[in-house]
Design a protein around this ligand. Structure first.
Ligand SMILES: Nc1nc2c(ncn2[C@@H]2O[C@H](COP(=O)(O)OP(=O)(O)OP(=O)(O)O)[C@@H](O)[C@H]2O)c(=O)[nH]1
Ligand SMILES: [Mg+2]
Length: 461
């Protein structure tokens, strides 16, 4: 049984669960003991609502305490324990007018509901045993997912992918611990050396490390990355930017120094959410506004995860380009030879640069080579990250830190074992690893942990 340090609250709470902007429908969510009867006190068909079985919908009007109509709604009834929170719950689907939704919400508050805290519904679901902590976090990750792939990965976690892996790891650790405990409990019995194989602990440790590696991958898809187009003036950065975002977003002109303020667009590259920046062309400029634009662009370039350095292939790589590339060497920019349509022998441009992951030959005008540039960017972003679809992905710093704690504790245990330490020393490290893994799923969780976690949720989740 989970060791919760918190009682399960079941007083009735209410929250607006959808954004307050004009829309076809908005949902107000309520949960807790007596919540169905309480909504009924502000509903035109009170009896129908009170008698409604779980998972049914009742049509009617939300009314004030005096019976004045507020909105025509559909009320979905959930009866404990078959609800998201495990408690009696109600979802009121109103017309999506921000003003109207606020009136209905205010009326429910006056009917005795408390305003829900951020994440309180999910917290109740966790405390009610409906979800474990990795699944609760997955709920938040699903809501925040920016691309289809990020969404699919988070959905996998909601399904319990991470939980199952943690359960298996924990079960194996507990089995090892049981053998150590026998040694501790019956020291007088000659059980000989501790029957522990360091390789066995090492095996579990490697599995934990593999799970931690899934964090990098999860991060990439969930948080996304930033990519900057950089280069000299007139290289065609803005033209490339427009081509990539498929929209004439940036001003393009044959004049040098066209782009002053940097531009930003959000794109989806094979499921990776990318913030793409078009920057001001780099040159020594005495014009104050342009110089300021270049200064800001440099900041953006320095802070981006990846730089695509655009070279005008018709001009060839200049000394200036080489100097800029030297400056940026540490960031290992991808070099895009642009305007390849203007080079008669296209193969000649950048031909000495064979490495396809670092160079691409493109034309923003004709679209030639864009697929190669796309591949070069994605390959670089995935980098050493294992892109196998097998294996779990993780998106939570919390889970990542706990996995590392468990792996470190097991390293200690293996070292102690090799050093011939007594069983009680090894037991301490094993227990620490077991606790860390237990904290990931919430089998061991303090209310501080829950406060920190659910506090980052939105109200209504
Ligand atoms: N033929 C050809 N012309 C291009 C290509 N890409 C850009 N151009 C032209 O090159 C000129 C400069 O393009 P921009 O996209 O404004 O260049 P930029 O790098 O953003 O320039 P700044 O904003 O001044 O730094 C424009 O006249 C574009 O039409 C290309 O692939 N082929
Ligand atoms: Mg430009």
């Amino acid at each position: 049984m989970p060791r919760y340090y918190e009682r399960v609250y079941d007083h009735p709470i209410v929250a607006i669960a959808t954004p307050l902007s004009p829309s076809a429908i908005s949902v107000i969510r309520a949960s807790g003991s007596g919540s169905i009867a309480r909504v009924a006190t502000r509903f035109s068909r009170a009896r129908a609502l009170i008698d409604a079985p779980g998972h049914t919908v009742v049509h009617g009007m939300v009314v004030t305490a005096d019976g004045a109509p507020l909105d025509e709604v559909l009320v979905t009834v959930f009866r404990a324990p078959r609800s998201y929170t495990g408690q009696d719950s109600v979802e009121v689907s109103c017309h999506g007018s921000p003003a109207g939704v606020r009136r209905v919400y205010a009326e429910l508050l006056s009917a005795g509901f408390a305003a829900a805290e951020p994440g309180e519904f999910t917290r109740r679901a966790f405390l009610g045993g409906k979800l474990d902590l990795t699944q609760a976090e997955a709920v938040n990750e699903i809501v925040r997912a920016q691309t289809a792939r990020a969404h699919a990965l988070a959905l996998d976690r909601l399904d319990g992918g991470v939980s199952r892996e943690m359960q298996e790891i924990r079960t194996r650790l507990i089995a090892v611990m049981a053998r150590v405990s026998i040694q501790l409990d019956y020291p007088e019995e000659d059980t000989g050396e501790i029957v522990l194989d360091p390789a066995e602990i090492k095996g579990v440790r490697d599995r934990i490390v593999a799970a931690a590696a899934g964090f990098e991958r999860g991060r990439l898809y969930q948080e996304g990355v930033s990519v900057a187009l950089a280069g000299r003036t007139n290289a065609g950065k803005s033209s490339l930017f427009n081509r990539i975002v498929r929209h004439e977003r940036a001003i393009v002109s044959a004049e040098h120094g066209t782009t002053r303020d940097y531009l930003e667009a959000r794109i989806d590259l094979d499921g990776i959410p990318v913030r793409l920046f078009d920057t001001a062309g780099l040159r020594d400029s005495s014009a104050a506004i342009e110089a300021e634009g270049i200064r800001r662009s440099r900041q953006i370039i320095a802070s981006c995860d990846l730089i695509v350095y655009v070279v005008d292939a018709a001009q060839g790589m200049s000394d200036d380009d080489r100097a800029r590339l030297d400056e940026l060497a540490e960031a290992r920019p991808i070099v895009a030879w642009n305007k390849i349509d203007l080079v008669p022998d296209a193969a000649a441009a950048g031909s000495s640069e064979a490495d396809a992951s670092r160079y691409a030959r493109v034309s923003a005008t004709t679209g030639q080579g864009m697929a190669e540039l796309h591949d070069a960017i994605v390959t670089r972003l995935l980098g050493d990250r294992d892109t196998e679809t097998t294996g779990i992905t993780i998106d939570s710093e919390r889970q990542y830190a706990l996995l590392n704690r468990a792996a470190d504790a097991l390293d200690e245990a293996v070292a102690s074992l090799h050093a011939g330490m007594p069983a009680d020393v090894i037991a301490v490290d094993l227990q620490d690893a077991i606790d860390a893994i237990g904290e990931i799923t919430g089998e061991v969780a303090s209310s501080e942990v829950l406060d920190a976690m659910f506090g980052s949720f939105c109200v209504g989740k």
